[in-house]
Each structure stands twice: as C-alpha cells, then as structure tokens.
Design a protein. Structure first.
Length: 192
C-alpha cells in the first residue's frame, strides 16, 4: 500500500491509458457525464491538466486560462507519454512538500487534484464511449479524504455538482463519484 502521489498517479495512468486508447474518432462528439464537455472537450481538458500539473510539481506556473487542442497526430500515444512524465514529475524528491500554484495550496493537495481528474474524468470518458473502467483502489481510497475536505469549496466554485444520493451498499468508487456530483449509473442517451 502506498500513499506517494507519484505511485498513485502511475497506477491511475495505467488504468486510464486503455480507456483513452479505446476512444474512437467517431465518438469525439458524444456527450459525457460532465454537462459542459463532449468527449473531445473532456479529452483536451484531461490532457491539459496532465501537462499543467507536471509544471506545478516543479513549482512552475501553469496556464489554465485556455485549453489547446491536443487531439492531433498520435494523441493517444502522447497521452500515455504525458501521464508517464506526470508521475515522474511528482516523484522528484520534495515535489509533495510545501505549496505550489497560484492558489498557494499544499503541494500534496495539488497532486491529489490531478489524481482525481485522472480517475473521475477517465470514468466520464469510459461511460460516454461504452467502455469498462475499474479505477485503482488505492487511488480511490486516497481521493475519498480529498473530496470530503475540498467538496464544499469545489461545489461553491462549481467544480463539483451537488452530491448524488447513494443507495446502501455503494462501492467506495460509487461514493466518490456521487460526492463529486456524478450519478454513478449515468448512461448516454441512446437516442440523442
């Protein structure tokens, strides 16, 4: 069992990469559980977060004011390479210490934020494109505390929706999804 951000990111990336590789070009316009994003937009967002949080690990600034289009050429292969660079950036000694970013948040919290995107947004992509996705269990455990702590602020900032009700017997991952405002049973409309 590990709690190092770099190890958790490496494991999350291993679960994410097959989903990203499984997205077909004809699916890029499909809607996702994130109402503001279709598949193309969500892939670009996730790509941008993975790249930007490499800089944050190194105490450099990242520009999130606009999102470039990353989906050119072998973007699936580049996504795998960038997630590898992300894990490497957070493995550098001291990356989890101190603060980083314009919000001056604890570095470990910032690393956990990219772990959340690499877990929850990959579920969004899998749901939108009809793929299976099972997240890394240690990552889900680590994210439960983050979402509990940051949930109220994230909801005020409209990053999370209101929590979805969960029936008894929900898995830890279903609870995590629901706490970010996602319906764990979301499915695309078969007749768009």
């Amino acid at each position: 069992m590990t709690d190092r951000i770099s190890d958790l990111l490496e494991a999350a990336a291993a679960h994410a990469e097959p989903v990203v590789r499984g997205v077909e070009d004809k699916q890029l316009g499909k809607r996702t559980p994130c109402a503001d994003y279709d598949v193309r937009d969500l892939l670009n967002h996730l790509f941008h977060v993975v790249v930007g949080f490499q800089a944050l690990a190194a105490r450099k600034e990242a520009d999130f004011s606009h999102t470039p289009d990353y989906l050119e050429g072998d973007w699936r292969g580049r996504f795998a390479a960038e997630t590898g660079l992300l894990a490497e950036a957070w493995a550098v000694p001291g990356a989890e210490e101190g603060t980083t970013g314009t919000m001056n948040l604890p570095a470990r919290t910032v690393g956990s934020m990219v772990l959340l995107d690499l877990t929850v947004h990959v579920w969004d992509l899998a749901r939108a494109t009809g793929q299976d996705f099972t997240p890394d269990e240690e990552g889900v455990r680590a994210l439960g505390a983050l979402v509990a702590e940051m949930g109220p602020t994230a909801r005020r900032m409209k990053v999370f929706g209101e929590p979805c009700p969960m029936p008894d017997g929900a898995t830890p991952f279903e609870e995590l999804l629901a706490s970010t405002g996602r319906d764990p049973h979301w499915a695309p409309n078969p007749n768009p």
